[in-house]
Design a protein around this ligand. Sequence first.
Ligand SMILES: Cc1cc2nc3c(=O)[nH]c(=O)nc-3n(C[C@H](O)[C@H](O)[C@H](O)COP(=O)(O)OP(=O)(O)OC[C@H]3O[C@@H](n4cnc5c(N)ncnc54)[C@H](O)[C@@H]3O)c2cc1C
Length: 436
Amino acid sequence: MTVKTFTSWGNVIRKPQESAPLLNRHAGFPAAPALSSLLPYGNGRSYGDSCLNVGAGLIPTRGLDHFISLDVTSGQVTCEAGILFDDMFQVIVPAGWFVPVTPGTRFITLGGAIANDVHGKNHHAVGTIGRHIVRFELLRSDGRRLICSPTENADLFSATIGGLGLTGIITWAQLQLRPIAGPLMRVETLRFANLDEFLRLQAESDQEFEYTVAWVDCLGTGRQLGRGWFERANHSPVPAARPPERPKGLNVPFAPPFSLVNAASLRLFNTLYYHRPRTQRGDRPFESYFYPLDSIGNWNRLYGPRGLYQYQCVIPAAAAREGTAALLNTIARSGQGSFLAVLKGFGALESPGMLSFPREGLTLALDFPNRGQSLERLFAALDAIVRDSGGRLYPAKDGRMPPELFREGFPRWREFTQYIDPRCSSSFWRRVMDGA
Ligand SMILES: Cc1cc2nc3c(=O)[nH]c(=O)nc-3n(C[C@H](O)[C@H](O)[C@H](O)COP(=O)(O)OP(=O)(O)OC[C@H]3O[C@@H](n4cnc5c(N)ncnc54)[C@H](O)[C@@H]3O)c2cc1C
């Protein structure tokens, strides 16, 4: 047992915590009797407190980093759960395979991806990663090792996908990959003038493009509300034999004493970015297409010592236009927000997880410098819109949602509680269960 400072990507909570790492997939569940509970910890790329367990203990899983097998014919890969996507790419991409779903950073573990049932720019085409998990092993604190799949221990399979690490430790997992001709992406970027143009582009692109996403200028109002850039892409048919590249660009070595993201820098960036040259088309390396932010190491430090919050919600299809317009209006009027405002349509494919976040509709994600009370007031206004629209917030990005918003948004939480491992808990879970 060691005491170390753990944090998440938002850098708001930095607390020393006890930890009992799991070093290989054959090791048992850590005993740690002095600790009230334990929580698996992947690579800490969740933004808020869902990967933290302040006052109790963490089980770091990065030691589970073995590649177990790859069937180059069927594209099924089996890895220990602490392996990073970035490490997986070194093997699978040269073999002509790619992960079926990826978030916007490759520095996440396979176990963390399953526990948050992550989604990518291709949600409308393939759903969440949970739909592509063939099976995994779940280590419970009573020592049982359960193989979980859609047909074996199916209830624990569904509870663990998007189960926020609360059902036990995933030690290894088998994933169905998708074939690729090479490491390039064929990408097209188009400027759009407002939210209605975005919706039109999305409807027109969803059939022919596996990946779609938009950057929105969160300061646009009136006729410019929801203006931005739409990006649509497919894997390029051009074969290019080269190993995946690791980022070797800039690194932010420490947090400056104040946030470099402020009203002036935001307005300047958004105006310049929106007015960059019109439509662009071409082949790009998958690394810069999927992971532009990974090229600036520790970019979260630009938000200063108080850190950042991300607000990611989904507004169901029936209320998507009005709800999203109301969110954007409220954000623009507040003058807060950041360069990173992302809008994406979620498709109708159901996620297998009881607590999976995506549902059909529009998802908006924005980073905000932690400005204390003024930000809390803005979040309360955004929460009201999300609630009125029947939407919900993404636990992986959250560090503050009110318990009622979680419980209304995730009605299967009660059913989920029966699958929680008696030794597992998290800061997030205690917060959202307050008063339940
Ligand atoms: C720049 C950036 C872009 C992002 N883009 C997206 C995106 O597009 N889509 C998206 O869905 N998410 C996105 N995310 C969020 C990120 O993908 C998720 O938070 C992911 O789950 C983090 O993985 P991790 O390995 O760092 O896990 P952690 O953050 O350490 O943990 C996440 C959860 O997994 C649990 N866990 C970890 N390992 C195990 C295990 N072995 N067994 C059981 N439970 C485990 C933890 O208890 C915790 O509840 C983004 C994050 C960043 C920083």
